[in-house]
Design a protein around this ligand. Structure first.
Ligand SMILES: [Zn+2]
Length: 265
């Protein structure tokens, strides 16, 4: 019932504030697993295909995260109907289920991997451990030119709960390993569990990244953008096509403002 009410509200907002007309900024989408498991954050492969088809059919400009950073550095023009795709943690199904669809549409994407889990599995709140990407799969995708592999620490711990020394090691070591194994320069970083603070942002900046992404929902515009606190809209198992459409634009921003008034807790 709750999800029906959410879909209805998003549907109304979509009608009133069509994301294609009201689009003033770029939406960074955050995915995790794309598969058939029952974990909350997982998007079914069929649903993922429908979402990418939607972007293609409605002429959204899907650009890379580094492409977005460049546009923002140049003043933030050309952000209308612009979307960035990101995947967190490095689930193996990204290779099997998302990569072929991304290749089909030529959509660039960034995968943030926790390097300590590469080739192993990662547990979650649903106690359904999921297999993770191998270095071979990461190398193949990085070589395609459309997938950018960036770090998400080693052990996937909340950086705000670590000492500055430990947090620095988590950030710098994961960056170094990816750079060495994939022969590239890392430019962006994702905070595990979206957990960051001003001092954690400083550590990411100090490690030489150009930007870092959070799990706070919102749209990226040219005004007041903080490169080390980029907002992202989460796409999970509860996101149907109506909610997906809202996550691309202004409806999602309004929804979160309205939600605060309806349930301020
Ligand atoms: Zn994560």
């Amino acid at each position: 019932m709750k999800s029906l009410a959410r879909t209805f509200m998003f549907g109304v907002l979509n009608l009133l504030f069509n994301s294609e007309v009201f689009s003033r900024g770029c939406a960074i989408l955050m995915y995790h697993s794309v598969g058939e498991n029952r974990v909350f954050f997982t998007v079914r492969p069929r649903e993922f295909e429908r979402q990418m088809e939607y972007l293609h059919k409605h002429d959204y400009s899907v650009i890379s995260l580094s492409g977005l950073i460049e546009r923002l550095q140049q003043g933030g023009r050309n952000l209308k109907k612009c979307v960035v795709l990101t995947f967190d943690d490095g689930y193996r199904d990204n290779y099997a289920n998302a990569y072929p669809v991304l290749k089909k549409y030529g959509f660039p994407a960034t995968i943030f991997v926790a390097t300590g889990f590469i080739g192993q599995s990662m547990d979650n709140a649903y106690h359904e451990p999921l297999p993770m990407l191998s270095w071979g799969e990461l190398k193949e995708m990085a070589g395609s030119g459309i997938i950018d592999i960036e770090p998400h620490t080693i052990h996937h711990k909340k950086l705000t709960e670590l000492s500055s020394y430990e947090a620095t090691a988590e950030i710098q070591e994961s960056k170094k390993e990816i750079e060495e194994k994939l022969g590239k320069k890392c430019a962006s970083f994702a905070y595990p569990h979206g957990s960051s603070s001003a001092s954690v942002e400083d550590l990411a900046r100090g490690a030489g990244f150009l930007a870092a992404v959070t799990t706070k929902e919102g749209i990226i515009g040219q005004k007041n953008w903080n490169p080390f606190a980029l907002k992202r809209n989460s796409v999970d198992s509860t996101v149907n096509l109506v909610v997906f459409q809202a996550k691309l634009g202004f409806s999602n921003v309004l929804y979160h403002i309205l939600k605060k008034y309806v349930s301020p807790s």
